[in-house]
Design a protein around this ligand. Structure first.
Ligand SMILES: NC(=O)c1ccc[n+]([C@@H]2O[C@H](COP(=O)([O-])OP(=O)(O)OC[C@H]3O[C@@H](n4cnc5c(N)ncnc54)[C@H](OP(=O)(O)O)[C@@H]3O)[C@@H](O)[C@H]2O)c1
Length: 435
């Protein structure tokens, strides 16, 4: 017996998958019990240079040689984008092929359609590589923690932004300089918007939430905020308060009925927390199950071989279950629901600690009028620091840490402060205390 694989895409990840299947064929054969063979790989340009030399005749520009090819049992979609990836996956499932994909954008957008089609066709869709590269977090949620009601997930899910933040924090770089450095090092795309504005991590957070709670939250209902507004001075203030700044993905369930709190934004976290030590391009996820307690996973979140490692892991699992499990016993991917409703909690309802930074005109009475505004909106202040910006100016930096407050109250207070001509340049960073 042989399991034949077809690739849709032979770029970074596709070439990595081909390399592992070729160079580790003996290891994989020993683990699986029979060989895996790469049959065909779809590309756009047959003459393009490749990171791992394909076998003669492997590459094709005809999708029908992969999708619906009766000789291929598992199709790996590694081309990216929404179309034609979505159409090819649906067609492959209809044709009775199993699917492995690394495409988080597609799954976060059309995941339910794909999952429903897989259930209807009685085929598997696996996507370990779509979240956090090499880290086996999907398998951990699906299998290792199956006995748990998941209470919260919290993680660093984008290596590009974590690299930029690490450089800003440790080397006092501006966002623009750290981004340029990340691009030169090959960690950021020429168009970095999806990473730095948080969409890539939001897609991954949506997928993890689906696995944890049985409901795929809509990106449009989630609070998504990137790192473009962070400034070196915020990292310095964070350090003064004993925090570091991270782009944090959080989803948690306070009540079994829902709603689901799901948000992605820069956050200050205690410098001694495990996530605070996750630097550079590394990713990490902390999961709290009601029986397991906290689980911490960390590793490479992207790159040719780390991502290929997860894709090939999925191939092995599909190949194994495809042979062993009778088709009538195939377990549903999202067959349970923790939540009684699908509602994503409105960010206004979040109850968090906040770091606020303003530029204020340094004259008597300004500080007390600012504290008066906070008081009227039920926000109590934990710490206040005032720093003069330069001896030549009357403006100073005022930094405030609040106790826990409703986001709605805080935004109302900030709206009132914005009307004062003694205040400008307001910055807000949420503080995660993990209590
Ligand atoms: N790179 C990572 O570290 C990483 C990490 C996790 C997940 N992922 C995900 O993995 C997927 C692939 O990423 P990648 O970095 O490997 O992308 P990539 O290097 O751009 O490779 C894409 C491949 O797909 C082929 N392709 C794209 N559109 C096509 C079309 N319409 N018809 C035929 N072939 C087409 C390209 O062909 P040509 O080569 O001929 O242009 C190329 O071989 C994406 O969904 C990405 O989000 C990537």
């Amino acid at each position: 017996m042989i399991t034949n694989i077809g690739l849709l895409g032979y770029g970074h990840v596709g070439a990595g998958v081909a390399k592992l299947i070729k160079t580790e064929s003996e290891l994989l054969g020993d683990k699986l019990g029979w060989p895996i063979r790469l049959k065909k790989a779809l590309v756009r340009d047959l003459s393009a240079a490749r990171n791992f030399e394909p076998e003669p005749g492997l590459l094709t520009t005809n999708p029908d040689e992969v999708v619906g090819n009766p000789d291929i049992q598992v199709v790996c979609e590694l081309m990216g984008g929404l179309e034609p990836a979505r159409t090819y996956i649906l067609k492959a499932l209809e044709a009775g092929q199993h699917v492995v994909t690394a495409n988080k954008a597609l799954l976060a957008t059309h995941g339910m359609e794909i999952i429903n089609k897989a259930a209807e066709a009685n085929r598997d869709v696996m996507f370990e590589a779509a979240v956090a590269g090499a880290i086996p977090v999907i398998r951990t949620l699906k299998e290792g923690l199956a006995a748990n009601r998941i209470q919260s997930l919290c993680g660093i899910l984008n290596g590009t932004t974590n690299y930029i933040i690490t450089r800003m924090s440790q080397n006092n770089l501006s966002f623009e300089d750290a981004l340029r450095e990340a691009q030169e090092a090959g960690y950021a795309e020429a168009d970095p918007a999806a990473d730095v504005e948080g969409l890539d991590a939001a897609h991954k957070l949506a997928l993890l939430s689906a696995l944890a709670y049985g409901v795929l939250p809509k990106i449009s209902e989630m609070h998504v905020e990137g790192i473009t507004k962070l400034e070196p001075m915020d990292f310095a203030f964070a350090a003064e308060f004993g925090y570091v700044i991270k782009l944090l993905a959080v989803s948690s369930l306070h009540d079994a009925q829902g709603p689901l709190e799901v948000r992605l934004h820069p956050a200050m976290i205690p410098a001694g927390h495990l996530l605070a030590g996750v630097n550079g391009t590394m990713n990490a996820i902390m999961i709290k199950g009601h029986a397991s307690g906290d689980i911490f996973l960390s590793g490479r979140g992207a790159g040719m071989m780390p991502t290929a490692s997860s894709v090939v892991g999925d191939i092995v699992e599909v190949a194994r279950t495809h042979q062993i499990v009778s088709s009538s016993l195939r377990p549903p991917l999202l067959g349970w629901r923790t939540l009684k409703n699908d509602v994503v909690m409105c960010m206004n309802e979040a109850n968090l600690n906040y770091y606020l930074r303003f530029r204020v005109f340094d004259k008597p009475g300004v500080l007390s009028s600012i504290s008066g505004v906070f008081g009227r909106h039920n926000i109590s202040l934990a710490q206040v620091i005032q720093k003069s910006q330069s001896p030549k100016t009357d403006w100073v930096s005022l930094v405030v840490l609040t106790h826990k407050a409703k986001e709605r109250d805080l935004l109302e207070a900030l709206a009132e402060l914005k009307t004062m001509d003694t205040i400008d340049d307001m910055r807000l960073i949420r503080v995660e205390e993990f209590l």
